[in-house]
Design a protein around this ligand. Structure first.
Ligand code: NAP
Ligand code: HSE
Length: 428
């Protein structure tokens, strides 16, 4: 057996501790599989004397992750601190420059700096692996870069934030509103330190931007992801969707069109009997559509100690075996800057708005939508006790740009109160 592969782990929180446990409990099995013993030589975290429930005796400690990343007895720098910049980025750069391979779970860092880090890795003959950064334990990066490398992808999509799926499915199951379920998710410790990363769709948008890059050979472009969170979804939306045979999911969709790369992370209605529609709780699902393979559905835990550490160790084992795939599946210099576009696909939309319950209100809205080129399939006013009438509209298939222009004309009717909620109905 060749020399052991030595890990330096920065970050001993949920994921870091999970990685320590796998290394300590499954060293022999992984050595049999990879031909190398995997061991931890050094770790770093903020607080040295915290009891983390794992035995760290015999493992060197560094206060500074940059020092950890450049130690002579570290072969792979495992970055599990998080944060798009700061110590995570500084130590990752230091590791690559010092000739270390990097394994990270940090989607925020790669979504913002993926291209420059991939270039730095390659100029130093190193690899960055990040399976844990997208959909936790689901090996979707490996599926895209390796198992499905012979395909042209028509669509890559999925539910990539467990917290949002938990809130949405619990709203439906309990009949409680968004705020109550947000509090429940908070009590269960599901939310990121900044909850807007979850419910605002940002965390999931980070993940989608990484999948897009691999699928379409483009430079990561998180700023081009159309983002919409789940904060405006009401229990009524979930009920109305269910009545029509749909469920609401925070759905990411990446697609290459003639106009450019479309990346969207927004709440959508999906058929309740589709794999995505059936997804419950904090689970994630990645759906990949390739020209040769057809549709592939990957489902599993998108977060948590075990699943995320499992993905980190999958990357470590690949490096131990000598498998070296470019960060985004092809050399960084060959990744192109994509023109970004909103989806040009025509889909039906679900629209909910509050109308002043006065004569002519429904007619005025129907006229405004019609004049903007949006055709109504179904329209319903639900019962109400005050002067605002909740109105639901399902449109015939239309482009987002057409709908957006139509919605802009509604305030001029004088009947629409507040901002309508418009959700795409996606055929998945
Ligand atoms: P966490 O529980 O908050 O742990 C973060 C760890 O980093 C802590 O041990 C902390 O030290 C350490 N740390 C923070 N700043 C540091 C610094 N300047 N120097 C040294 N150590 C520092 O985070 P986590 O949930 O394990 O997440 C880690 C990464 O995995 C993030 O990028 C996250 O987005 C990603 N991820 C997490 C999950 C998940 O389910 N949790 C899933 C997928 C991806 P102390 O313990 O001493 O405070
Ligand atoms: N906050 C994320 C989620 C954790 O809810 O899915 C995993 O990235």
């Amino acid at each position: 057996m060749t020399n052991p592969l030595r890990l330096g782990i920065a970050g001993l929180g949920t994921v870091g501790v999970g990685v320590v446990k796998i290394v300590q409990n499954h060293a022999t099995r992984m050595a049999a599989r990879t031909g190398r013993m995997i061991e931890i030589t050094a770790v770093s975290a903020r607080t040295r004397d915290k009891d983390r429930g794992v035995d760290l005796s015999g493992i060197a400690w560094e206060d500074d992750p940059v020092r950890l990343a450049t130690r002579d007895d570290v072969d792979i720098y495992v970055e599990l601190m998080g944060g798009s910049d700061g110590p995570a980025k500084a130590s990752t750069e230091a590791a690559l420059k010092a000739g270390k391979d990097v394994v990270t779970a940090n989607k925020a860092m790669l979504a913002h700096h993926g291209q420059e880090l991939a270039e730095l890795a390659e100029s130093n003959g190193r690899v960055i692996r990040f399976e844990a950064a997208v959909a936790g334990g689901i090996p979707c990066i490996k599926a895209l870069t390796e198992g499905l490398a012979g395909n042209t992808f028509s669509r890559v999509m999925g539910v990539m934030n467990g917290t949002c799926n938990y809130i949405l499915t619990r709203m439906e199951a309990t009949g409680q509103g968004y705020n109550a379920l947000f509090d429940e998710a908070d009590k269960l410790g599901y939310l990121e330190a900044d909850p807007n990363l979850d419910v605002g769709g940002i965390d999931a948008g980070h993940k989608l931007s990484l999948l897009s890059s691999i699928a379409y050979g483009t430079q990561v472009d998180f700023d081009a992801v159309y983002l919409e969170g789940i904060q405006r979804i009401k229990i009524e939306d979930i009920r109305h969707a269910a009545d029509m045979g749909y469920r609401i999911k925070l759905l990411g969709i990446a697609k290459m069109t003639d106009e450019g790369l479309s990346q969207s992370m927004a709440p959508c209605l999906v058929p309740a009997d589709s794999p995505l529609g059936q997804l419950e709780g904090g689970t994630n699902m990645i759906v990949i559509e390739g020209d040769s393979v057809g549709q592939i559905v990957l489902r599993g835990a998108g977060a948590g100690e075990g699943p995320t550490a499992s993905a980190v160790m999958g990357d470590v084992c690949d490096i131990a075996r000598g498998i070296r795939v470019a960060t985004f599946g092809q050399p960084a210099a060959t990744l192109v800057k994509a023109t970004s576009t909103m989806s040009t696909a025509e889909t039906p939309y679900y629209i909910r708005m509050d109308l002043l319950d006065k004569p002519g209100a429904l007619a005025a809205v129907a006229k405004a939508l019609g004049e903007a080129g949006v055709s109504i399939d179904r329209m319903r006013q639900t019962s109400h006790e005050d002067e605002l009438a909740p109105v639901l509209i399902v449109t015939h298939s239309t482009r987002w740009s057409t709908l957006e222009r139509a919605l802009e004309t509604l305030p001029a009717t004088g009947f629409v109160n507040g901002q309508p909620v418009a959700l795409r109905i996606e055929d998945v």
